[in-house]
Design a protein around this ligand. Sequence first.
Ligand SMILES: C[S@@+](CC[C@H](N)C(=O)[O-])C[C@H]1O[C@@H](n2cnc3c(N)ncnc32)[C@H](O)[C@@H]1O
Length: 423
Amino acid sequence: MEKQYIYIVQAQLEPSKCKIGKTNDLNRRLKEYNSITGKSKENKYQYLFSCEVKNMSEVENAVKEKFFHLREETSKEIYFYNTVLFRDYVNFLKTHKMFIKETFIKTEEKKVVTKIIKRTAPTLEDRGVTKRDILQKAQRVNNDEFYTRYEDVENELSLYPINIWKNKTVFCNCDDAVDDDERSTSAFSLYFIHHFQHLGLKKLICTHYSGVVDLFNQGTKGYVFTKTGYKELKEFPEGYDGSFEHPLSLKILKEETDIVCTNPPFSRASDYWKLTIGSGKKFLIISNITNVITKAFIPYFYNKKVWAGFTEVDWFLTPKRELTRAAGYWFTNFPINNRPKYKQLKIIPLKEIPEKNKKFDDGKILLVDNCYIPSDYKKPFAVSTRPILNGLLEKGYRLIEDKEYYPYKNGKKCFARVLVQKE
Ligand SMILES: C[S@@+](CC[C@H](N)C(=O)[O-])C[C@H]1O[C@@H](n2cnc3c(N)ncnc32)[C@H](O)[C@@H]1O
């Protein structure tokens, strides 16, 4: 049987449009587009995307139905095009039940921007800092200057019931830049701009931080971007650096915000958690996976002010847009219903836990590994991060202290854990 494809094609001189069609032969179809008589030579057609499907007519009709408002009146094959719409078309195709596999997708052209920034540098004395301050700050900045991938924001946020966003104001307050070029825009800002109507948001507020190193190269001034309906505004208040602790950011947090959503700098995570959780607002943030066993953060888990979200964040992007390994996890105070990761908890009687996954430390405290949890053990026992992230504290177990626990084995200090007990 002949293979069936759906494609998105575009003429070079018509960047605001694309055509979405079906074919059994992608090469022949492209040749047909490029041999249309009366067309200028420069106006070459090229594929933006193609995929193999099971029933191309069914998928083509589904596209027509879904995006009917984005089609040209006269020629039914022509759709409006911009990068946001393109993403929507591709997502729709890739999640259609007839989708088999992607056969081509246009990769983003690399834009090389050489920036010459002229500055008359003030002396250290002018700035009231020492060399040591600068070195320390640089070290901190190094750990903070990476940013979140769009798919990580999308993967997590799409798992919450859509009604949590209805009529709400979202505040992205850690260098969540907004620029005409999507590549210079924070994935958080972009996600909420793309989905503003769909989520039924009332308002989106994003701030850009003008710290030492400016991740999004948006200039040295902090700004506040607001989107209300279709109205978008960028303001540069006098003396505003965009810090989450700046009085203006705090005012927005207190007076306007319903939901805080961002990836805060790891070096400031402890202050950020204190401020955000202390504000009493709803939040969805990325932080270090080990926070659940780290002293500064355990009290929040102990007091049930925060718990793990759905997903892990294994990659960030560097300012050069290169992938770098991450140890991130989503944390939230939105209820998580029927957490899929419960399945990874192996709650069984102690005697059934394999020997290699249970041992006692020098203080006779039971240590369990690999997400094995004793169902019939009444005393406190120690676990590491995974069981907590997988929802153990929602399954009838509680943290018994608001600090970490360091087991000793044969007198040797082991990695931190937390002590839990069956309720
Ligand atoms: C992990 S990055 C994430 C950036 C962006 N939110 C994202 O998710 O792609 C943390 C950002 O926070 C910025 N930052 C550092 N200190 C800050 C502060 N006091 N207030 C706001 N942002 C800050 C850093 O410069 C860095 O750009």
